[in-house]
Design a protein around this ligand. Structure first.
Ligand SMILES: [Zn+2]
Length: 343
């Protein structure tokens, strides 16, 4: 059997449209630009993700639905791919118009239903991690106010259909298999149409940017306190990517940008990039012990200040690879963690 060449992005979108899947590109206030939501013309009439909570996003969504002969009142089901606000913000408003069901992986339910409160806890968690890794408290404070300001682009919503990992979402014309693939966020879920070899992957795999495995507060389930240990987001993410690599996908529909039609090659490229970056960080640590903030500054310069949490998440993810391999050890010094190369 010879491998067929990957489809062009254009052809992939055409193929998806033939399967009743239409990409609606909704504006966001974030650096990432527009977010992809997907309209599935099936029974139930479904949206995968919603776009952020803003009037402009809602207008665009309504406009793009109207181009396909629908209104938001017609939506019967909203399927959520993960907890980030550019994907969930409009859910409550759409449900208000349509009474649509909301489906999301079970471990995300608490977060979605208690959005404001849980997002606040995320900020506290992030602050503690930044301080422990050497980020100055004035930078931490500044980031907290930015994050609090962005929170209005999210909103709480009720999840009416909690999904288990491995569950099947049945439609009239298709079945989507639910797969939990944490890493970019703890709730990342991909939806697999085995018959058509189409994967809804959201931010788990994006063609033009390496999805940042953000260090996030572990998800809390009802009646449980979240564990407080720092999650190893990059290790988790790489494990998830390896699982996705095994799927015989032809078209991967991402949360931003064009469809991916060569996911194996793209995943290999990502895995290689992370290993390369870990080597670079090992070199810096071998020169002298450094904390996370110092490593981020050495790698990213001033971006380590303006995007302190993002760059720290990057660095700690790669340090986790080195810790996991036993090449680096961590030591506390006056409440800050330093990394040291093992002789
Ligand atoms: Zn996103």
């Amino acid at each position: 059997m010879t491998a067929e060449p990957p489809l062009s992005a254009e052809l992939a979108l055409e193929r998806a449209a033939d399967a009743g899947i239409h990409t609606l590109r909704i504006p966001t206030p974030f650096a990432v630009g527009r977010v992809n939501t997907y309209l599935i013309e099936d029974e139930p009439l479904t949206l995968v993700d919603s776009g952020p909570n803003s009037g402009k996003s809602l207008d665009e969504l309504e406009h793009q639905l109207a181009e396909r002969g629908h209104s938001i009142d017609d939506i019967e089901l909203i399927v959520l791919t993960h907890q980030h606000i550019d994907h969930i913000g409009l859910v409550e408003i759409i449900v208000g118009h349509s009474g649509a069901d909301v489906a999301a992986i079970d471990r995300m339910v608490h977060f979605i239903e208690h959005f404001g409160e849980d997002a606040g806890k995320d900020d506290e968690f992030a602050s503690a991690i930044m301080l422990r890794n050497g980020i100055p408290s004035d930078v931490v404070q500044a980031l907290r106010s930015v994050s609090a300001a962005f929170r209005s682009w999210g909103a709480a919503a009720k999840v009416t259909r909690p999904l288990h990992d491995g569950a099947r979402l049945e439609f009239r014309d298709r079945t989507l298999e639910v797969m939990h693939r944490p890493g970019h966020s703890p709730s990342d879920t991909v939806f697999w149409d085995a018959e058509r070899r189409i994967l809804f992957a959201a931010d788990h795999l994006i063609k033009h940017i390496s999805s940042n495995p953000l260090i996030s507060r572990p998800l809390q389930r009802d009646g449980e306190e979240a564990e407080q240990e720092r999650p190893k987001a990059l290790l988790t993410y790489m494990e998830s990517l390896r699982k996705t690599r095994e799927l015989p996908a032809e078209i991967v529909l991402p949360g931003h940008g064009d469809p991916v039609t060569d996911h194996v090659a793209l995943i290999d490229k990502r895995l290689e990039f992370h290993r390369g970056r870990a080597e670079k960080i090992y070199g810096l640590i071998a020169e002298q012990p450094r904390n996370g903030y110092e490593l981020a500054q050495a790698l990213f310069g001033n971006v380590a200040v303006t995007q302190a949490y993002l760059t720290l998440s990057e660095v700690l993810g790669h340090v986790d690879l080195l810790l996991d391999d036993g090449r680096v050890t961590e030591h506390g010094r006056e409440g800050v963690v330093y990394f040291e190369a093992n002789g």
